[in-house]
Structures are given as C-alpha cells and as structure tokens.
Design a protein around this ligand. Structure first.
Ligand code: NOJ
Length: 553
C-alpha cells in the first residue's frame, strides 16, 4: 500500500484557457472567466484544475512559448486575477496546477533576446547554440513540429536548437545558472499557493550533444531521432535535482508529460520517491495505438486500447498511480476517436467515461468532455490556426496525398479539434463570448451545451457528476484509489471489464459495442452505477444493452 498523499484523492480537470470562458468580451478566454465557473467545477466533483500556460507569451504555440515566467499574459488577466483564482478555488476545495514549460522559452524572452544581441553575455549559455557545417545546420534533426530543429541566427554561421517551433528555443539544462533561475521561478509560484504543476515536454530537457547527422527518414532529408533528445541518458540528474530543490518540501502534485516505456523505471520516475508524483503518458491514446489505424476513420479500436490500458494497469498494481485520461489539448476529441460517428450518443459517451474513470490512478477530465463535445472538421485548411497543423498538412502533400485527402487526414487527427470554445449555452457563440471568438465555435452548440445538460438529470454532465460522487464515496474511495485493477472477460470483443480488488470488490463492465452482450459474473450484490437498465442479471449473466456500462459490487 502506498503512503497516503493528499493528491491521491484527485479528480482532475484541464482548462485550456483561450477556449474556456471569455469574461471581457475580447474573444479570448481568461482568468475571470475561470472564476465564474468554479462553482460548476466544484459541483462536478473536481478538486485539482490544471491550467495550460497563462504566462506572458507571443502565442506562437498558444502559450507554450513563454516570454516572461513571472507575468500573466494580459489576454488572460493580471497576476492579481491569478491570485484571486487560486484563493477562490481553494475556498471550494480546489487546487490549481500551473503548466510548467521549462524545456524551452519563447524567442521573445529577455534571456534569448540578450543571448542573440550580445554573444558574450551569460545568457548565450542558457540556450543550445552551435556552429553550422558547410552552410548547413549543425545536424539533420527534425523538429517535433516539422522542419529542421535548428534556426540560423541572422548573418552568422550559428544556429539555435528548437525541438518545437522556431519561436521556442530549447533551454540548455547543462548550465547550472539556468537551472537555478528555473528553481527560483518555480518556488515563486509555489509561494502563491499553487497545488503543483503539470510539467511540459520535460522528457526533452537532456540531449545527446554529439550532433552527428543521422540517416534521413523522410522526403525532407531530415530525421526524427527520439533517442537523441527524449529521455536521454543522464536526464535523471536534472530531474532528481529539481525534485529535491523545489518539489519534495512543498508537498505538491507534479504531473510530468512523459512516457516511461520501461516499467522497471516507473518508480524512479514517479510515485513515492520518483522525480514526479505521476505522469501523463500517451500509451493508451491514439498516439500510440497503431498509428496506421489511427489514419482510418472512424476509429473503433477499443480492443487495442483495452490491451494497452490493461497491460499498464496490471503492472502498476501495488506500485504507482498513473493519470487516466481520454482527452487533452493535444488530441482530437475522444468520442470521435473511439466511437463511430453515427453511434455517438449519451450511452456510448457515458460508457467510454465509465471505462476509464474507475481505473487505478488519477482520473482527469478535459474541458468540454463532460458534455460530450466533439471534433469540428473544417472545409478548408485556412480555417486552422496552429503551426504544426500546417506542417503536417504540407507533409501529407509531400507524401503524395491530394489537397482533399490531406485535409481529410488533418480533420481526423488534428489537435485543434479539442480547442474550440467550450459550449456553455445555446446563445450566439455558445455563451463563451459575446464577440466572434479567436477560434470558431462548433456549430453544434445548439444541441450540445452545458446549460441544457445542467437541468437534465439524464445528461452526460450529470452522469459525470454521479461518477465523481461514486469515486469519492467514503465506503469505496480507498478501493478506487489504492486497490489492484484485475481485468476479466478480456476474450469478449468490445467488452472492457475489470475488478478493483480492495476492501470491497468492485466490478466495472462496459459494453463498448452496438450489440447486446452477455457477460458471465458470479453475483451482483448491489449496482452502484449504470447508464442503462438495472434489471439485467439473469441466470449468472449480465445482459448488457449496446453501450451499457455497469458498476457493481
Ligand atoms: C506539449 C504541449 O502539451 C503542447 O501543446 C506543446 O505544443 C508542446 N508541449 C510544446 O511546448
């Protein structure tokens, strides 16, 4: 049994600030807009809210390019607004997590500007700057967002490294002065009363600095070489130092965005003595579930997800807690990923929710997921705003897809799908703003919106609330948090079934198909939650309706 921590009881919620709620009618979401909805988040059962970056930023990557760590971006409000948010949230038992973006800064950060303006300045060594070779960049690494990972510094033979857009120069973690500055900044924010951080792209802070060219793997003559800049040898020294300097004594929740593929390394990276409390990994998401299949539409690969998810759960038993999530701001909407379009409705959405919410770990809801928001495919590529979208589109054209085919592909996989404004009500612009928002609202807001679901006892929103109430029920909470996940009936296709074996034995069964399903179970003592009929246990079998989920003991 793990030593108890306050954050083990977390039901998390992610806010993507630009799209959550606009309070000052400039078309962009803001902090006062978040404060307006704290009561609803509390009613939803949420007690930790992760906010994607709100620091000063030129918004090349929508805030993941920070130009001043100490200032809140004026489009979101002021530093005082943020402190008000922390306090108002705390009053409602909600802790706020900031997004800690420390693999890179913006190219508009003073450090970077100083580094370029003055080659002798100490800030030069805050970034990764190298000589080019024969008029070419130092090597042929591809940026994660496409194109070379190096940008030439004007009129020189020097280049800076950027694993993401060229507006996001990578920081040089080898430099102790830089690390010190970052720790001070982290402590500054913790002193404002934060609950912790979600930590961005942290797996990239260490690079193998040999800079050799590698065999090209695409028509752009570049190569993606994860082993050189993801989880590179020696990264643990930096992560351990950061934990010891700023995390341990502050008793914070730290959620690192990283995959730790080798289960033998889990305890080193997260959990009781790990570098972080837990991780957001993408092992069970469409990212890693057979990339080729992901290109088909609609995608109904529940079986693949089940296999991956359960393999991870079973290995985590008794050891560590993962975060469990279906969506975030880098993924398209889960309903479009896992449910065929004509079958997206209350039952399928609630079954999908039950499937992940009761696993061992920390459940996290992404804004809009609780009302069943879906993708908003575009008629033309110009309707998109994100740089990587355009890079991916160009790549598809290079690979030989027609413009229509490339757009179709982007519509399926694009992360911008989850960034449309939250649909609060049926008024113009969905109650997100009174003016045209920075990114178009999905026109289906008349049918899918918060206000309508709030008053409907049978809505998805109210089902999410019921799930949260059940997870927090004192009689079962220990079981849901700490007990083992034991899959069963795995041979039944489309059936996701597991037992949480703790003080209580609680069973979760979800029929993720559009057909009736019979699942043998020894007994049903009490049904704790279902999205369908309750009178379904006959002769040793549960007779589940299509997309019926049930939780019982
Ligand atoms: C991961 C973030 O989630 C994503 O949105 C961002 O573009 C990259 N890291 C770069 O910061």
């Amino acid at each position: 049994m793990l030593n108890k921590k306050w954050w083990h009881e977390t039901i998390g919620y992610q806010i993507y600030p630009k799209s959550f709620q606009d309070s000052n009618n400039d078309g962009v979401g803001d902090i006062q807009g978040m404060i307006q909805h704290l009561d609803e988040l509390q009613e939803l059962g949420v007690n930790v809210v992760w906010i994607s970056p709100i620091n000063l930023s030129p918004m090349v990557d929508h805030g993941y390019d920070i130009s001043d760590y100490f200032q809140i971006d004026p489009s979101f409000g002021t530093n005082e607004d943020f402190e008000e948010l922390i306090q108002e949230a705390n009053k409602r038992g909600i802790k706020i997590l900031m997004d800690l973006v420390i693999n890179h800064t913006s190219d508009q950060h003073e450090w970077f500007k100083e580094a370029l303006a003055n080659p002798n300045s100490d800030f030069r060594n805050y970034y990764v700057i190298k000589e080019g070779k024969d008029g070419l960049p130092p090597n042929n690494w591809r940026s994660i967002f496409g194109g070379s990972a190096w940008e030439q510094i004007e009129d020189t033979n020097e280049y800076y490294l950027h694993l993401f857009t060229k507006g996001q120069p990578d920081l040089n973690w080898e430099n102790p002065m830089l690390r010190e500055e970052l720790y001070q900044m982290i402590q500054y924010w913790l002193d404002r009363g934060l609950g912790g951080f979600r930590i961005d792209a942290i797996t990239h802070i260490k690079k193998n600095y040999d800079y050799i060219n590698v065999p090209a793997d695409g028509p752009d003559n570049l190569a993606t070489v994860w082993e050189h800049y993801r989880d590179a040898t020696g990264i643990g020294e930096f992560l351990g130092e950061m934990r010891d300097r700023v995390f341990t004594d502050n008793d914070v929740l730290t959620i690192a965005e990283m995959d730790v593929e080798d289960p033998d390394k889990w305890e080193e990276y997260f959990g009781e003595n790990g570098y972080f409390s837990t991780i957001f990994d993408f092992y069970h998401t469409p990212y890693s579930i057979q990339q080729e299949k992901y290109k088909e539409h609609p995608v109904t690969f529940i079986e693949d997800m089940k296999t991956k998810m359960f393999a991870k759960q079973v290995k985590a038993n008794g050891r560590v807690l993962f975060t469990n999530f279906l969506e975030n701001h880098d993924l398209p909407r889960a309903l479009n990923r896992w449910i065929p379009e004509s079958e997206i409705h209350f039952n399928s959405a609630s079954a999908l929710a039950m499937m992940y919410f009761f696993l061992r770990g920390i459940p996290v809801i992404y804004q809009g997921q609780e009302i069943g928001m879906v993708d908003y495919p575009k008629d033309s590529i110009e309707e998109y705003l994100d740089l990587p979208t355009y890079n991916n589109y160009e790549n598809y054209l290079l690979e030989g897809l027609s413009e229509d085919e490339a757009l179709h592909q982007i519509n399926i996989e694009c992360r911008e799908n989850s960034r449309t404004p939250v649909q609060w009500d049926a008024s113009e612009y969905a109650g997100f703003s009174t003016v045209k928002p920075w990114f178009d609202v999905n026109p289906n807001y008349h049918d899918i919106n918060y206000a309508q679901q709030k008053d409907d006892p049978h809505s998805l929103l109210n089902f999410y609330k019921k799930m949260a109430v059940l997870r927090k029920n004192k009689a079962y909470q220990e079981t849901f948090i700490y007990s083992d996940t034991v899959p069963f009936a795995t041979e039944i296709k489309g059936c996701v079934a597991y037992e949480r074996q703790g003080i209580e034995s609680i069973f979760v069964i979800c029929n993720m198909t559009n057909q009736p399903m019979q699942v043998p179970v020894a007994s049903v003592e009490e049904i704790l939650l279902t999205n369908g009929e309750t009178d379904i246990y006959v002769d040793g079998y549960l007779h589940l309706k299509p997309y019926q989920g049930i939780i019982f003991k």
